[in-house]
Design a protein around this ligand. Structure first.
Ligand code: ATP
Ligand code: MG
Length: 428
């Protein structure tokens, strides 16, 4: 009997015996993974198990071979469904012919291990709270859902099921960007405050699915320098992306920031970027509004373009410009472009011209320390080959000086600024 290819993904596997998936490991040490009959297998479950089999690589997809030996890539639940449907068809044929049933062979799409690039030895941690290197879940059963995240808070939320619109009460608007609006929201089941970014996207359901599958990697991001991701969902033509709420907001509103605070912020940004690089994620939008702070003194990066499709879809409705303040000077770094009274949105072409033609801006020596001036000069180098990578910046004297794990400094500064704003608002 041939099974339809559009079989529902939640339908239990049609085979009466357990499904065996053979994970083909590049060095030949294949791993067989047994899944009990009737289990609901999701794409993310497979990635999790691959992550345990190959802990030093970041796998975002895998492949299987069709009857012609062609490799088919699986990146989503939908594609998993097609793969399983194809596999069960071959199993049925093997049963009819009385031959031994072959396991389902999958080939992880191996990315290069972080190796030297990740000088901190950061890894994608899919086994929270466990220093045990053996992976019992690999050979028997589905990976334990509670092990997917390391953050206790995140686990609590996920334990209450997937994020969805019904469970979220939208409160204040935190800000508007080019793509959408960010709300402070209350997640009823967990009692947790979230930041929810809502973006209107007039795209097909197929593209929506692609975005959801591309966002999957965010579940694996586990760093104190990266905003926590709680989940995302589409309702009609809008996507809601739920993340950790940062009570200090983004750095663009702080304008001028003292050097000793910027030092700690820079350490967090460089560590965050190093971590993203280790996951093969290029941020692509590093700017003050994408650096968030909280009253605990944490600094975290957000809005890195993990979903190409999402970035492309938003780009179609892009209306603004990329100009922003220099945080050390508290003013626009190219004063020749922006004269008093001019709005940033009016000058993007002049800005581009300026970046291309002029020397990069430098910090005034004497006002700022020598290591800081040098650090900024290095980061502003126009030739990408001359610009240091995040891991190289980690050993720069400015970063070394402030890499002291002192969260108090940022914490006290954020609290003081919030207090000042509150009292100013009270006066008005
Ligand atoms: P762009 O759309 O070009 O990225 P942007 O970063 O200013 O611009 P958004 O990403 O939509 O726009 O964010 C809008 C504002 O919402 C931010 O400037 C920030 O103040 C606030 N914000 C975003 N995420 C959070 C968060 N997790 N916690 C607290 N505030 C947030
Ligand atoms: Mg942003």
């Amino acid at each position: 009997m041939l099974l339809p290819r559009d079989m529902e993904p939640k339908a239990p596997p049609p085979q009466s015996q357990q499904l065996v998936i053979r994970i083909k490991v590049p060095d030949g040490g294949d791993v067989d993974w047994s899944i009990p009959p009737g289990s609901q297998l999701l794409f993310r479950d497979v990635l999790d198990v691959i992550g345990q089999v190959l802990p030093d690589t970041t796998t975002t997809a895998f492949e299987y071979e069709d009857e012609d030996g062609d490799r088919i890539t699986v990146r989503s639940d939908e594609e998993m469904k097609a793969m399983l449907s194809y596999y069960y068809t071959t199993v049925t044929e093997q049963q009819v012919n009385g031959v031994m049933i072959e396991p389902l062979q999958i080939y992880p799409r191996a990315c290069k291990p972080p190796g030297k690039r990740n000088i901190h030895g950061l890894k994608v941690n899919t086994r929270a709270g466990s220093s045990n290197n053996s992976c019992p879940a690999v050979t028997e059963g589905l990976p334990n859902n509670s092990l997917k995240k390391s953050s206790a808070e995140l686990k609590k939320i996920l334990a209450n099921g997937q994020m969805n619109e019904q469970d979220i009460q939208y409160r204040d608007i935190l800000g508007h960007g080019n793509g959408g609006t960010v709300y402070k929201a209350y997640h009823v089941p967990s009692g947790k405050i979230l930041a929810v970014k809502v973006i209107l996207l007039d795209i097909t359901v197929e593209l929506q699915k692609q975005i959801m599958s591309e966002l999957e990697i965010l579940y694996k991001c586990d760093s104190s320098y990266i905003i926590g991701f709680y989940g995302a969902f589409f309702v009609e033509n809008r996507i809601s992306i739920c993340t950790e709420f940062m009570d200090g907001g983004s750095l663009d509103v702080y304008r001028k920031i003292p050097e000793h605070v910027l030092g700690r912020i820079s350490v967090a940004v460089v560590k965050g970027l190093t971590y993203l690089w280790s996951l093969k994620i290029l941020h692509r939008d590093v700017k003050p509004s994408n650096m968030l702070v909280n009253t605990r003194g944490q600094v975290k990066l957000c809005d890195f373009g993990v979903s190409t499709q999402l970035v492309n879809s938003i780009a179609k409705t892009y209306v603004g410009t990329n100009a922003y303040m220099a945080l050390a000077l508290g003013r626009f770094p190219y004063p020749q472009v922006l004269r008093p009274g001019e709005v940033l949105n009016e000058v993007p072409l002049q800005l581009l011209q300026c970046i291309v033609d002029e020397d990069p801006p430098v910090l005034p020596v004497g006002v700022f320390s020598e290591p800081f001036v040098h650090f900024i000069t290095q980061c502003m180098r126009k030739l990408s080959t001359e610009r240091p990578a995040p891991e190289e910046l980690m050993v720069h004297p400015f970063i070394v000086q402030y890499n002291d794990k002192n969260t108090e400094v940022v914490s006290m500064w954020v609290c003081r600024m919030l207090e000042e704003w509150r009292s100013q608002q009270g006066i008005q």
